[in-house]
Design a protein around this ligand. Sequence first.
Ligand SMILES: [Zn+2]
Length: 444
Amino acid sequence: MAFWSQNKPEPEKQHDGSKLSTKSLEEAYQELTQSKGKTPAIDLAIKLSDLILEHAIKERASDVHIENQGQNLRVRFRIDGILQDMLVAPKNANIPLTQRIRVLAGFDPEPPTTFRNEEGRFQKIIVGRPIQVRVSSFPTVNGEKIVMRVLDRQQLGLALDQLGMSPDTLAVVKKLIRNPYGIFFITGSTGSGKTTSLYAMLKNISTPMINIITLEDPVEYRLEGINQAQINPKTGFNWAEGLRTILRQDPDIIMVGEIRDYETAEISLRAALTGHLLFTTIHTINAPSIIERLFEMGVPPFLIASSMLGSMSQRLVRKVCPNCAQKAAPPSETVVNEFVKNMDEAEAKIVKELILKEGANYKIEKGCPQCRNTGYSGRTGIFELMIMNEDIRKQVLAHSPTDIIKRTAIQAGKMKTLLMDGIIKAREGVTTLSEVIRVTATMV
Ligand SMILES: [Zn+2]
């Protein structure tokens, strides 16, 4: 199959996205398989891989799963965080789809005979814009499984006021990221939109008068006017070493992709004390627990208390489909009492009042062709913003555990938890209560 290695140049044509909407991937596949005999196999495979990617962009899928299950081909998209079947059909031997994707990713056309980790990437103009695709191949007993992570730069290019922050949270964040020095933490699970938030903050404050440097793994999106570097542990350019190098580059603002060890934490917090503004992410379940995570790494309390500006936790919730959503009554007091019974007393009181307060515009999902019968369409962020203040600082210096810090933040800092911010979005009819509870379940 020598022709696979001759990667044909792709004309950068403008696709008409609207044409796709009438045809499902399943129908397009049927049409393609019936044209066998007339069209060479390679052209069919190119067409099919293009079709899959075009549908993926149109449906806002973040991942495309292509599974060879014996005689069947199954294509699934992860849309708004949830996997959905897009195509299940008998595999057509005349369409060497996986070989086509393997070549695009820079792999050998045929999968290796012994297990080997295969990762590659390619960029393509899809529906008129450049899309980056990361490819991973995995040998299952039924055949090769390929997962394509679709990086649509439009998402990463969002502005700070497009992330879904409530007006008061947005105002506080805008003020906070204009501090001359200090460190601000973001936390959230994988795919919660942390990188999008970090980029949006940097863009919001970027001017020619300040030197912004980032350290990332990997650099996912190129930001104009910002010096971005990618860490590379193989060459010794790890987080700590990268940070030391950055500090010799006369920076004003530093973005550190992630802090996961004492050394990086210590250098970051000290840099924040000596006139630099830092943004970073750290892996924890909510905004207050970042402090305990830093304790665990061995960072002394005084360093945290004197350098930390605040922290933010975030998640993405699915927005209810505007075409089919139906009005819903608020839950009964009994249901709400049951829901809040294991929460901290102060938190339970606020959550209960928030859910039951009059004037809510609750919605419930239904399902229609426009939302592929899921009842949801698109996602928005929910945010928990904790601002350092005197009360929290005292708790940090006293080495207090997360639950005390959280209670202090709610009571003295008026912090809205992820759940509270989500309930407000449900009250506004943007999402549903069940979606908010699903997404924040690990936190309650
Ligand atoms: Zn709908």
